[in-house]
Design a protein around this ligand. Structure first.
Ligand code: AMP
Length: 285
């Protein structure tokens, strides 16, 4: 495990470093993040360490994936804390591009992802997945990793990125990593720090509801009534609005009425001012 973390702020040294590693035949794994790192991100770094020789984590709060009323300006930022966590987790390098490096004044290109970006978060966050697809394509081109890791926590994002990489022939393997949760089931998220204590106490209900729906689906039950009960339970617990709670095919993200192969029970809901998303696997019984 490396004991020093290389901090890379500009493109040239990043490319030189990766080229040198590649000449040594090392397998390079990229973990893209927006910083404010927590144990969920570090699980991705640990997985990267397990499957490759060199681990680069990027930290970039990407303005183009935030809507005009979303939390870009107040999104938590703690670069020094993040670097300490990455060093402790055994990452080799941190790639820290500025907004000016990523989006110079003459920047003019956007990737428009296909059906994977429609519905679910795509419906409530117009332009979000275009911003994600564009920044991830840039990060993949800048770093040139063999593998890039993304959390299943952002399941639609993972499927959008898979489709972009496939459609644009980007030479990288995309791997999903299971969601890391608190002991009470709440998925770790940089946004959990927005939750007031009473909201934090309610937040695990989201995972509990999704898990119960997945159990019902495994018995062969129909999605519709399970989902309606789940939404009612979340609203009664204090969530609102529940933007969506749906059962989708795990690969195509097409709506599913009864589970015949792996599906995902997937939701986004506000708790106070904080938007939480989560999903769980639903397998046929
Ligand atoms: P973010 O910094 O929120 O953009 O997240 C960076 C990466 O970490 C994304 O691929 C996320 O899906 C992943 N991630 C975030 N939270 C978790 C979690 N609780 N478990 C696993 N991966 C996560």
């Amino acid at each position: 495990m490396p004991d020093t973390l290389l901090r890379l702020d500009t493109l040239e040294p990043l490319r030189a470093r990766v080229a040198a590693w590649r000449r040594e035949g090392e397998r390079i794994v990229l973990v893209p993040t927006m910083g404010a790192l927590h144990a969920g991100h570090l699980a991705l770094v640990a997985h990267a360490r397990a499957i490759g020789q060199r681990v680069i984590a990027s930290i970039f709060v990407n303005p183009t994936q935030f809507g005009p009323t979303e939390d870009f300006s107040r999104y938590p930022r703690d670069t020094e804390g993040d670097l300490a966590l990455l060093a402790g987790a055994g990452a080799d390098a941190a790639w820290l591009p500025t907004v000016e490096i990523m989006y110079p004044a003459d920047f003019a290109t956007r990737i428009e992802p296909g059906p994977a970006a429609e519905g679910l978060c795509g419906r409530f966050r117009p332009g979000h997945f275009s911003g994600v697809a564009t920044v991830v394509a840039k990060l993949l081109n800048q770093v040139g990793p063999d593998v890039a890791l993304f959390g299943e926590k952002d399941f639609q994002q993972l499927q959008v990125i898979r489709s972009v990489v496939r459609d644009l022939d980007i030479p990288v393997a995309i791997e999903g990593v299971p969601t890391l949760r608190e002991a009470d089931g709440l998925a770790l998220s940089s946004r959990n720090r927005y939750l007031a204590p009473a909201e934090r106490a309610t937040a695990p209900r989201l995972h509990a509801v999704l898990a119960r729906i997945a159990e019902g689906l495994a018995t062969g039950a129909e999605a519709g009534p399970l989902v309606a009960d789940g939404i009612a339970e979340l609203e009664a617990a204090g969530f609102g609005p529940v933007q969506y709670l749906e059962v989708r095919d795990a690969e195509t993200l097409a709506p599913v009425a009864r589970v015949a192969r792996e599906a995902r029970v997937i939701a986004a809901a506000y708790l106070g001012g904080t938007r939480l998303i989560d999903n769980v696997a639903a397998l046929p019984g």
